[in-house]
Design a protein around this ligand. Structure first.
Ligand code: MN
Length: 287
């Protein structure tokens, strides 16, 4: 099932070129108390229940074309966005060779040496919101990645069975200003985390370790690879992350970028595709 948030926080079921408005399914969510007694995104935490309701509503739902919809992030409120650095060998090599672009830290080893980082939740947007560059005079790069959406509480879990903790997948853009400041600082700017165009539930992608993906800027392909080249695969990423902190429903892991990261400027349009998920266009503007 492909589930999205669209327009003014409507819940959508994507079928072909259409979005069905299934916002009424949200009525099955348990009443929220404040402060919340459990962490995580309420929709993702109650996904099975919401999906049952979506199936009931779909036949009578109002339909709009995908092209006419304003697509938001498929997770409204993650407790954290986890970044996985230098996780494709060819990106490790480009980081080590372009010493004028990447800070020393980024040039030293792989994800195994560097561990993960966090991006601010407030940086998260959907594809239709676009990326708004804060420092267009500096080098702002796209990093095209597979996004994983965690489905349930995961604390110190083993690799084996780790895929069972995934609610679904999306396209992720880990945008960054290159420079010497801390990585999380440079990747937490408003709009520098893009997730979309929807969440594809995990049952539709039994093997996330073999997905082709690509990113083009203004029609020119800049990044193209396959998740089979991940150094730390998806099972290992979930297990490793959960050894350091608990994962909660809706947490997003941006699984790492392949080679070909390059600069974007105001006016550019990034076209992103991942096999079995879909495609999305993201505009770049000055903030
Ligand atoms: Mn990245």
């Amino acid at each position: 099932m492909k589930i999205c948030w669209f327009n003014e926080n409507k819940l959508g079921l994507v079928e072909g070129d259409s979005i069905l408005d299934v916002s009424a399914a949200l009525k099955v969510l348990p009443a929220q108390s404040y402060p919340a007694t459990t962490k995580g995104d309420p929709l993702i935490a109650n996904l099975a229940r919401v999906q049952d309701e979506i199936r009931k509503l779909a036949p009578g739902a109002r339909k709009i074309p995908v092209k006419g919809a304003r697509l938001l992030s498929p997770v409204a409120a993650p407790t954290k966005i986890i970044g996985v650095p230098v996780n494709y060998i060819k990106h490790v090599e480009e980081a080590a060779s372009q010493t004028d672009v990447f800070p020393l830290r980024h040039q030293q080893g792989t994800v195994i040496d560097q561990g993960f980082f966090l991006k601010s939740n407030s940086s998260l947007v959907g594809p239709s919101e676009g990326v708004k560059l804060r420092f267009p005079d500096r080098r702002n790069d796209h990093e095209m990645e597979l996004g994983i959406i965690i489905g349930k509480y995961a604390n110190n879990i083993p690799e084996e069975g780790a895929l069972d903790y995934i609610a679904g997948y999306c396209i992720a853009l880990d945008m960054v200003v290159r420079g010497t400041e801390d990585r999380s600082f440079r990747k937490s700017i408003d709009t520098y985390s893009v997730a979309g165009p929807w969440m594809v539930t995990a049952d539709e992608i039994p093997d996330p370790g073999h997905l082709k993906f690509s990113l083009a800027v203004n029609g020119e392909v800049r990044q193209a690879s396959n998740t089979q080249f991940l150094l730390l695969n998806i099972q290992k990423q979930i297990s490793f992350a959960s050894q350091w902190y608990a994962l909660h429903p809706g947490d997003i892991i941006m699984t790492g970028t392949c080679e070909g990261v390059s600069r974007v400027l105001p006016g550019d349009v990034m076209h992103c595709e991942i096999e079995k998920i879909g495609e999305m266009d993201v505009k770049v503007e000055a903030a």
